[in-house]
Design a protein around this ligand. Structure first.
Ligand code: FAD
Ligand code: DLZ
Ligand code: SF4
Length: 521
């Protein structure tokens, strides 16, 4: 008797979860798991070298984990002869090799990849089953139902639904502590000498070393330092990273969530986004652990609620928002921003100390923490009117945790207000004052944060007013920001002209980036 043809389960590079919907309930004896390192995924943007190494190493380690659990894995390496370079091409070759009766795959995290997957059923003779990614708490349909009829999609209301749904930090129907959100207690400026315990660093093993050599050879011209490489690449390492966070940093995460300290790249952040996005950690499990830390008296409510809000609030919300707003979100440019990305985003060569430090961390670690991404790198792009696509490409290329489903809503909607306010109630625009309050950057900067105009003024100061003035028509009616125009009007024409001239002189001095950093020219 002929053996029954197998089921072929395609597992994408960010689906490294043993309980993935496509693997669940399958019989390892009659299943072949297909994993594919392909050129297209490694180069659709020119990812930071550490990101490629992280994804390939985690994929290879996951293969080991699956094999130990009894699965047969057909693993395609980037360097395999005849590697076609695309996921669809490699699936076609695998279908020839295995003649499966069914191909199973969990929906992709990115629109671009999902478009390709949607063509598989028409292209291949066998049955193709596409399953929802239930590693997220909120399905696409659930988000769409919540969003229906709402003009603005505010995270806060979505978040409350997620709290009710999961029961996290709930006392019956009421939020623990009486408030849903302790954001106002997440904004302590850094005190002198603030430092956090170092996060665990994972030394490359043999598998990772081989990948690092491959990346150095094939992708050595991409942005970013490849080494030192310390990311968790296995579920066990990601678990250790989470343990260390809960034991050593969670308690202060809340107070210093928005703080920035020169040269202190992680502070009290969890540094778990890369593991979460690869599927090495389960967000709900992390939230339950965080809640236990609060209930056991080991971490305060502002820290635990803040952490849970990031995961079941922001993370779930931006994913829902992405699928709800695509493909238009990738093209949105409601503020009509057209300036090219300045070269310093890639080179780090700027005298603005805050930006130089954030680009340094980005280059060295393939990471910058949230407030650096939002209020330094993002705020500058917003105020300077940088073209959204260039900013989106930059963020997608430079961070080890970047996938379009999470990057794009944060960049286009939260940072650039390119969606015209579907996501954020107002643009996150700020002058140098904000950065000065929340960091120790300004004291060592060549620019003076106290100066408002002129060549020595902190460029954020005139840029802030330039932005407000050029978008007055749109922003004046916004109740959360419109009152600022009374201050602008009180300045008088002469002072206003000084602000605008200072901003323009600075903008004129910006050197645009050479093409080709983010995408192949
Ligand atoms: P922590 O501060 O410890 O937060 C805990 C977790 O909450 C994170 O690991 C992450 O999973 C989640 N989280 C926090 N904020 C957000 C948010 N705004 N959106 C979604 N999830 C959130 N995060 C990514 O994972 N990938 C990206 O490509 C990405 N791009 C961003 C671009 C911009 C412009 C901004 C403002 C934010 C972006 N973020 C992105 C969100 C956030 O900055 C990172 O998740 C965070 O810095 C990761 O570090 P951490 O794990 O130490 O986070
Ligand atoms: C990010 C990435 C990279 C660098 N390489 C691969 C790869 O070779 N094979 C793969 O399956 N996935 C890779 N990924 C992750 C994919 O781009 C990811 O599946 C999409 O971003 C989400 O749809
Ligand atoms: Fe940044 Fe301005 Fe402060 Fe310099 S003075 S570090 S440019 S905010």
């Amino acid at each position: 008797m002929q053996p029954a043809s197998p089921v072929l389960v395609a597992v994408l590079g960010d689906q490294l979860t043993p309980d993935l919907a496509s693997l669940r309930d399958q019989d390892p004896a009659h299943t072949i798991v297909l994993m594919m390192e392909v050129w297209d995924e490694a180069t659709y943007v020119r990812h930071h070298q550490q990101k490629i190494a992280l994804v390939f190493s985690a994929m290879r380690h996951f293969t080991e984990e699956l094999r130990e659990a009894g699965w047969t894995v057909d693993y395609v390496r980037l360097t395999d002869e005849d590697n076609s370079g695309s996921l669809t091409g490699e699936l076609a070759r695998a279908i020839e090799r295995h003649d499966p009766r069914e191909v199973r795959v969990v929906e992709a995290g990115e629109w671009r990849v999902q478009q390709a997957i949607d063509e598989w059923a028409g292209r291949f003779a066998c049955q193709v089953t596409i399953l929802p990614d239930d590693r997220f708490l909120c399905s696409k349909a659930e988000f769409a139902a919540w969003a229906k009829g709402r003009k603005q999609l505010r995270m806060e209301f979505f978040y409350r639904e997620m709290r009710r749904k999961t029961g996290l930090l709930m006392d019956g129907d009421e939020p623990v502590g009486g408030q849903w959100n302790y954001d106002s207690e997440n904004r302590k400026p850094p005190k002198e000498g603030l430092s956090a315990p170092p996060r665990p660093l994972f030394e490359p093993d043999e598998i990772t070393r081989e990948v690092l050599d491959l990346v150095a050879e094939r992708f050595g011209s991409h942005f970013g330092d490849l080494e030192p490489f310390h990311w968790p690449v296995t579920r066990a390492q990601a678990g250790q990273a989470a343990d260390a966070f809960f034991a050593e940093r969670l308690a202060q995460f809340g107070d210093y969530q928005d703080a920035m300290v020169h040269g202190q790249d992680d502070l009290f952040h969890s540094m778990l986004s890369t593991s979460l996005n690869l599927g090495l950690l389960d967000p709900l499990e992390l939230c339950r652990r965080a809640e236990a830390e609060y209930r056991n008296g080991r971490a305060p409510l502002n820290a635990v609620e803040g952490f849970i809000r990031q995961l079941i609030g922001w993370r779930e919300y931006v994913r829902g928002f992405y699928w709800h707003e695509m493909p238009g979100l990738a093209e949105a440019n409601e503020l009509g921003a057209t300036r090219p990305l300045p070269a310093f985003y890639w080179t780090g060569e700027t005298q603005m100390r805050c930006l130089a430090d954030c680009v340094r961390s980005t280059r060295a670690n393939a990471h910058a923490h949230h407030i650096q991404r939002l209020m330094v790198l993002g705020n500058f792009a917003l105020l300077a009117g940088i073209e959204p696509k260039a900013v989106q490409d930059w963020y997608l290329a430079v961070y080890a945790d970047a996938y379009e489903w999470v990057e794009l809503p944060n960049v286009a909607a939260m940072v650039l207000y390119a969606d015209g306010g579907r996501l954020a109630s107002k643009p996150y625009a700020a002058s140098g004052n904000y950065i000065n309050r929340m960091s120790n950057y300004c004291s060592g900067c060549r620019y003076k944060v106290a100066l408002k105009t002129g060549p020595d003024a902190c460029p954020f100061n005139p840029l802030y007013w330039h932005f407000m003035a050029r978008h007055r028509d749109r922003l004046e009616a916004n109740p959360r920001i419109g009152q600022i125009y009374a201050t602008w009007d009180r300045m008088g024409e002469e002072r206003q002209a000084e602000y605008l001239a200072s901003a323009e002189a600075f903008l004129d001095s910006l050197e645009p980036a050479e093409p080709g950093w983010a995408r192949e020219p």
